[in-house]
Design a protein around this ligand. Sequence first.
Ligand SMILES: CCCCCCCC/C=C\CCCCCCCC(=O)N[C@@H](CCC(N)=O)C(=O)O
Length: 569
Amino acid sequence: MSCKQLCITLVAICSALLVIVLVRTFTLVPRKDVVIACKTADSDFIKLTDQILKRFQKALQIDTISFKRGEYNRDQLLLLGSHLQKSFPVVHSSPLVKLDIIANYSRLYTISGSNTSLTPYLLTAHLDVVPAIAEEWELPPFDAQIKDEFIYARGAIDFKQGIMGILEALEYLLSKGFKPNRSFYIGFGHDEEVTGVDGARAISQELQSRGLKQVEFLLDEGLAVLNGFIPGIKKPVALIGIGEKGFLTLKLYVKGEAGHSSMPLKETAIGILAKAVSKIEDNPLPSMLGYGPEKEMLEHLAHEMPLAARIVMSNLWLFGPIVSWFFSQKPPTNAIIRTVTSVTMFNGGVKTNVLPSDATAYINHRIHPAQSLQEIMDYDRAVINDDRVQISVEDSMVAAAGSPSGENDFGYQIISNSIRQIWTNATTAPGMMIGNTDTKHYKDFTKNIYRFSPTVMFPGDEKRFHGVNERISKNNYEQAINFYYHIIVNADKRLLMGNTDTRHYAMFTKNIYRFCPTVMFLGDEKRFHGINERISKKNYEQAINFYYHVITNADQRSLINIHQHSDEL
Ligand SMILES: CCCCCCCC/C=C\CCCCCCCC(=O)N[C@@H](CCC(N)=O)C(=O)O
């Protein structure tokens, strides 16, 4: 090939790439949904009264700690149960609500709706918390004291704001005479922090034994309203977890030889294990950017970014390696692009002058959905490359597949719209839950599983999860209550409302109306996107005449006297 031909080929390739990049950049259009903002002046806005705040603080003061499977503060769980019972008298006495205590401590509420043809939905949360090292906290972890408008306590964001927020919203609604159309369940597990096998799993079994086959959607704890976490986006981003990373906990064990420390061997069990652990930390797993829900998230958010970042995010097929490098720099963004590795426990040795007879370490991986458990095991084995280190699986879970997040996916849109009613300046996007939840126990009921916590976070706050100084602002707790209020009200609709093409015209007018000239009887709603969609001949005639009148009536300078038909005089 001549030099000229080479130049022409290169120019052609570059031009083609440029066209693809620009087309992708400008065809990922922003969403312009119209949602009705929830304002503090609204008559149905639930204000954070002293009473509401006090009962939240009281719930936080009860240290419902889970230590390990089957080992949790049973007395405290009972205490929290009676606190809920006392705090929400309307919920606990309503004829519409049935409460079952499951496996002694978990709580399953069944709220009966009037329309049994509507598939119920499920809201879940957990009653337990992880332990806290009190000495490291600014304020004691189980006092729930307030400092600078923040309530500090273990469980403030993981996840007693969910427990109390849901019940506050329900208490309010029922006390105002709310009678749901759609039934729903509320499931509070008592051992989520130690995998939920006693609590959530038992709730799920109870629902199955009642013959429940399907729920419309499930909302559990999860991602949050994030400020400043995603490079290039200034406004808050509310991520709804549509998938969940898997986990793999590996036990590394080295058998050593006990003896006197004055005559050491070349390496001790501790030394061998320390080298293995160090190799694991030095060799992070490769980036999987583009192969999981994070791709959808970044493409969704691209339109919120400045042009350069927008070009990059819209074209991960080309710029993936740059984004991977960038995201690897910070733990929260690193967590979404790869399987991560944490060495969480290390034990060995009994006395300062005794050679250790063995040493044990635990590695906790959070697995990217594009990878299998076996791949991770093989990777670790190859990296350690030392037969003296025995590797065994302590516990594992494969990653959860992505739930649908399209414009017509009822559960996703109910959650997204409810978020935007509260955090009006936020943009929502599907994301991947980086920690684990109780949702694994409910996966047989629906593929529409979503993970979102109504928690506002700023960089650094992620360390408060399972760390020190966990806290929530009073304002955020008020938002959490109102978020659940909107979830319950919005999910009570028969069909997804508001997801019409009108959002594409929202910039032209605030006078947007949605009406179909369709006559419906109970049961006809199933024909929408269902089977046997139909219209009567008469109704079609009415539809034509309706549009005739819309056109003729709208053809006026100003509003006319509507009673000008001669037959109405
Ligand atoms: C682009 C930025 C994306 C990500 C930013 C995330 C910021 C933090 C948001 C949410 C935090 C999620 C982590 C909290 C998990 C809470 C639930 C939990 O602790 N679960 C346990 C369950 C234990 C188990 N074995 O089931 C856990 O994951 O260990």
